[in-house]
Structures are given as C-alpha cells and as structure tokens.
Design a protein around this ligand. Structure first.
Ligand code: 3PG
Length: 221
C-alpha cells in the first residue's frame, strides 16, 4: 500500500470502529417496496438497532436506502450486496455511511482501497482474508458464516490472523447470535432474522421491533 492508501485505510478503520459502537447486531434488510423503508427503519431503531445493512438485491433498494437516510436520521445506513466498483460508487452516492460485500474480488478491493467510504469485504477462506488484509481491510464479513464452517471455522481463522475482526452473517439467528458475539474477534453479527421478508410484506412493524429488542437483549447477555 502506498502512503496515501494507508492513510485512507486508517481513516476508514477509525470511522468503522465508531460505527460499530452502534452495533453489535446488524439487521440485513431486503426491501421490495420503497414505502416499507421508513417504517421498517423506524421499527428497528425503536427496538434498539441503529446500524443497518440495506442490500442492493431489489429494484427498490437504492430508493429505499435514500428514503431511510433522508427520513430516519437515527439510522446508520450501510449498503450491502456490493458486488462491483460501480455498486460501491452507488453506495457512496446514496450517502451510505459504510458498505459491505459478500465477497472480496481484486477489482472491488482495489476500488474500495481508494475510497473514503468504510468498506467491509466478505471472506470465507484464508486466501480471501489475506487478499482483504493486504488491501488494508482488517474488518471483514465472514460469509456465509454457518455454511462456511460456523464458529469452529472462525476460531481456526483467528489463529493465523489475530489482527482480523469479523462480522459473521449467513445463518445467524436469534438462538446462535450470542455464541458468535462471545468470540473475542467478532465485532458484530448480521442477519435477516430480525426483519424477514414475510414480516416486511405483512408490515408487521411491532413484531420487527420486538425481534430487534430480543436481539439487543441477546447481545447484552
Ligand atoms: C447477508 O447478506 O449477510 C445474508 O444474506 C444474511 O444471511 P441470513 O439471511 O442467513 O441472515
């Protein structure tokens, strides 16, 4: 890394550490309708969850994220499912506070290492983690956490990579979240269990607030 890139990495790390203080549970949100965005974010904030991941998986995603950023100032919006440098630019253009990816391609890591936007690349193997680390990203998403070997896999990765910090997602739920959070190198867990597609379709905002409260309680236990 050149000196400029190192300075950017330090600044991104600092911002990310600040953001993660509002964790440690991050709802992974997929919105099919823009009109659900604001009430959903309000329901999550009411339940104690401010750090959000809005996935770029639906045509409504960008407008939904923009609506939350505009109308729910307590929410800290990250854009997830960032797959390309263009997605990363889109996230920044929307005014996201951070971005996440399920993976770590060389193109995306290159673009993210030149960007000021805090970015959490996804890794499932030692080689992917090494790629992320050499590009200046030491906080990574471990995805798909349960399918990629679960807690034993993460413990094994911790051995050779003590500097890495993990945000596992993929298969995390109400029952296992606290076990993941008990690992010393896990800084946050993410998942869709707090706001399922069924609950969002039903506009079951009270149910979602209750699930958020439960997640906060589990994280504190
Ligand atoms: C993600 O993008 O992090 C995952 O899709 C979330 O996985 P989950 O639906 O198993 O929580």
């Amino acid at each position: 890394m050149t000196q400029d890139l190192s300075a950017l990495a330090v600044s991104r790390d600092r911002q990310l550490a600040d953001l993660l203080r509002s964790g440690p549970v991050v709802p992974v949100i997929t919105l099919e309708r823009v009109e659900d965005a604001v009430p959903l974010a309000q329901a999550l904030v009411a339940g104690g969850l401010r750090l959000l991941e809005i996935t770029l998986r639906t045509p409504a995603a960008a407008d939904a994220a923009a609506a939350i950023i505009r109308d729910v100032p307590e929410a800290i919006v990250g854009i997830g499912t960032v797959l390309t440098p263009k997605d990363l630019e889109r996230a920044q253009g929307l005014g996201a506070r951070y971005a996440l990816s399920p993976g770590a391609t060389p193109d995306l890591l290159d673009a993210a290492s030149r960007s000021e936007l805090p970015f959490i690349p996804g890794i499932a193997t030692a080689s992917e983690l090494m790629m992320a680390l050499t590009h200046g990203f030491k906080t990574v998403k471990f995805f798909p956490a349960v399918a990629a070997g679960g807690i034993p896999a993460l413990k094994a990765l911790a051995g050779p990579f003590p500097q890495a910090r993990f945000c596992p997602t993929g298969g995390i739920d109400e029952k296992n979240a606290k076990d993941w959070l008990a690992l010393p190198n896990v800084v946050a867990v993410g998942g869709s269990w707090i706001c399922s597609t069924a609950d969002i379709r039903a506009q079951a905002w009270d149910v979602i607030t209750a699930k958020a409260q439960k997640a906060v309680a589990a994280a504190q236990a």
